[in-house]
Design a protein around this ligand. Sequence first.
Ligand code: HEM
Ligand SMILES: *[C@@H]1O[C@H](CO)[C@@H](O)[C@H](O)[C@H]1NC(C)=O
Length: 512
Amino acid sequence: MDIIVSTILYSMALVPVTLSIAFVLLLLKTFTGKSIQSSKYPPVRGTVFVQLVHFNQLYDYMTGLVRRSTTFRLLAPDQSEIFTADPRNVEHILKTDFEKYTKGKYDIDIMKDLFGEGIFVVNGEKWKKQRKVASFEFATSVLRDFSCCVFRKNAVKLVKIVEELSAASEGFDMQDILMRCTLDSIFKVGFGVELNCLEGSSKEGRAFMKAFDEASALTYWRYVDPTWALKRLLNIGSEARLRNNIKLIDNFVHQLIKIKRNQLAAWREPNDKEDILSRFLLECEKDPMNINEKYLRDIILNFIIAGKDTSANTLSWFLYMLCKHPLVQQKIVDEIRDVIGDQASEANPDEFVERITDPVLHRMHYLHATLTETLRLYPAVPLDGRCAEIDDVLPDGFHVKRGDNVNYLAYSMGRVHNIWGEDAEDFKPERWLKDGIFQNESPFKFVAFHAGPRICLGKDFAYRQMKIVSIALLRFFRFRLANETRPVTYKVMFTLHINNGLPLRAVPRLAK
Ligand code: HEM
Ligand SMILES: *[C@@H]1O[C@H](CO)[C@@H](O)[C@H](O)[C@H]1NC(C)=O
């Protein structure tokens, strides 16, 4: 008896001892072999664990560090995490030395359960092949015309929904509505399918969206939770939930592929395939060995992650900025009036959106500048990076060891004075205009869409959608924050969400 009790007590004492030893070993591993003292390497500002301490305002914490030194390091057990806000370094890793900097194993391990071998996750030949098919598709005028049509239709639905909500006295969460709108659009343009999330008529659609959002949040959680791999092995806690969500997603997507296959077999003229999935399915018939069910599933999921949250988050921050800057809101409304006109027939949303054509979109310089200014301060992908395949020296002189991650801080870059001047933190669409004409900036300074060979494929697509949606919304409503004193901050995940949504109030612009 005594022996049992003392054994139990003894093992209980062992747990903290073992944990402490593990902790010390982890610290030792973190601090050794990193050339901490050497001024050849970027200055050390702590370990990666400080990111946990500052998790809720992570990007502002990073911005503070960037102000002390434009490139710095946080130490991890196996490598250094280098962070930079220097456009020269960005150009180096994304373009000049593209071959030396890849998506690292660390990121791929975290992402691959949900995103498989989709374009976001792969390197080398696999990436080249997907990039080729997808960029061909994005370059076609078929896609441009088809997507315009879809965006216009969904913009009308959006206007009708906001109209109903504007009648109620309390606010509504605009970010949630925009998410559903961009998801519907990507399903129609990408896969030729009406999901009807916006109107809420499809139960499967909503269940899919919920599973997808949860799965991407749980995947992001892996960056923070060092025990994720163990939990995955044991299928417990967050990892069990992730697995269930992925199961639901997979069923839904495989169903979708089946429907498409049948449609394609029924039509049989390959030239009028408007959506992206159909094009990949045709590739699939040419090369059935390499392009299989799993491959198609991965393509679909990667397009959803690429197209949904980025555009919806940007539109949310855009509307937030317009509420904070009513003059800017008014200037966009003036531009809509100048470019599209203001006729009685246009009081009807269906008729109004017909006038939002591609040439009209090109003439909306102020709107384009305002969306771009939004992305400068609230880049949808606030932090991104690559892994060094070999030892290297960055253009700013700092050395990099093989296996280090070099991250660029898009969020911080929008806020530092040596890139944008003294007024970097101010929201000023005018900084993008010269004599009323939009001026591009170097993609290594304005890095919201990434740069180099892997620059965002959906940039034009995204601007087209964001412009059509915002023109329709602003033509019919004046927006205000539902609660002026409620603080608005971001939520740290893959993309820059507004934490707890964006409660707005909408006032109809013209009595109809
Ligand atoms: C405001 C909207 C958007 C922003 C800010 C944005 C930003 C980005 C960024 C930062 C990357 C680089 C990710 C990385 O490789 O680490 C990227 C890649 C990509 N984006 Fe976008 N994106 C937007 C909208 C879209 C849309 C609507 C689509 C498609 C429908 C799209 C398709 C892609 C694809 C396919 C890639 C992968 C390119 C490659 O690896 O070769 N994006 N985007
Ligand atoms: C507005 O937000 C503030 C701060 O979060 C909160 O204290 C207040 O109760 C809110 N007002 C309303 C009417 O919801």
